[in-house]
Ligand binder design. Structure first.
Ligand code: 8X3
Length: 256
């Protein structure tokens, strides 16, 4: 059987790194994107050695459309037939109220979570349509289901990811391509440190009393969707830790 290729954005940490590990463990070849080359190189050596797969690293800032287009164009021919695109790169900066936050920070969040996801889709999906096969897996969030305090802009971007996923599924309905929106709740990754602008203590406090999901947990679900039989389209998955019920309601045990 031909080895499949998965392209993962934001692959150097968290859910993206978890996906890289999971797909590699199942024998897939990987195209890994992130900004930091050194982290990708380390992951490449590790995953190639452990799994006997091939890893192609493609470092660029997903917000830079020109760089993204160039990177895709310069992919060697054998790497161009991408089977699965995991649009994972995303972030939130700060927990400010909508009328108080920093517009420049919000530009970064909107440009990454919405515009870059759209640009990657625009770059990769035409080839999938041409080849008559492909799967786009967007990493949305429970935050896209309902706004919560201090999350206004982030929640808006993840609601956009839902609309972009649903819209793409509609636009591809007459093709064999599949579109999946994976919506995690609390996941412990560097994401939360960035949310608290580098305040590790605040990030740790956020998870006190509850066992959050890990990037690897989310990767299991991403892979489940990617490896489902061709006639099954996992459209959406909402997953959260036991003891979390909604974006705002969770039960945190008091520490003794
Ligand atoms: C991030 C998950 O629960 O902080 O997408 O909104 S949450």
């Amino acid at each position: 059987m031909e080895t499949k290729i998965v392209f993962i954005t934001g692959a150097s940490s968290g859910i993206g790194e978890g996906c890289a590990r999971k797909f590699a463990s199942q024998g897939w070849n990987l195209i890994l994107n992130a900004r930091t080359v050194s982290k990708l190189e380390k992951l490449k050596s590790e995953l190639e050695a452990a799994n006997g797969v091939q890893v192609y690293i493609l470092p660029f800032d997903v917000r830079d459309r020109k760089q993204a287009a160039l990177a895709l164009e310069t992919l060697p021919e054998k790497w161009k037939s991408i089977d699965v695109l995991v649009n994972n790169a995303g972030l939130v900066i700060g927990v400010d109220k909508e009328f108080e936050g920093n517009l420049d920070e919000w530009d970064v969040v909107i440009d990454t979570n919405i515009k870059a996801l759209l640009a990657m889709t625009r770059l990769v999906v035409p080839g999938m349509v041409e080849r008559g096969r492909g799967h786009i897996i967007n990493i949305g969030s429970i935050a896209g289901d309902a706004a919560y305090p201090g999350g206004s802009v982030y929640c808006a971007t993840k609601a956009a990811v839902k609309a972009l996923s649903d819209g793409l599924r509609i636009d591809l309905v007459d093709t064999p391509l599949r579109v999946t929106n994976i919506k995690p709740g609390m996941v412990e990754t560097n994401f939360t440190v960035v949310r608290y602008r580098g305040d590790r203590q605040a990030a740790d406090n956020f998870y006190k009393g509850i066992r959050p999901l890990t990037g690897d947990d989310i990767a299991e679900t991403v892979y489940f969707a990617a490896s489902a039989p061709a006639h099954i389209q996992i459209a959406e998955v909402l997953l959260m830790p036991t003891y979390q019920a909604t974006g705002t309601i969770s039960y945190k045990k008091k520490e003794e």
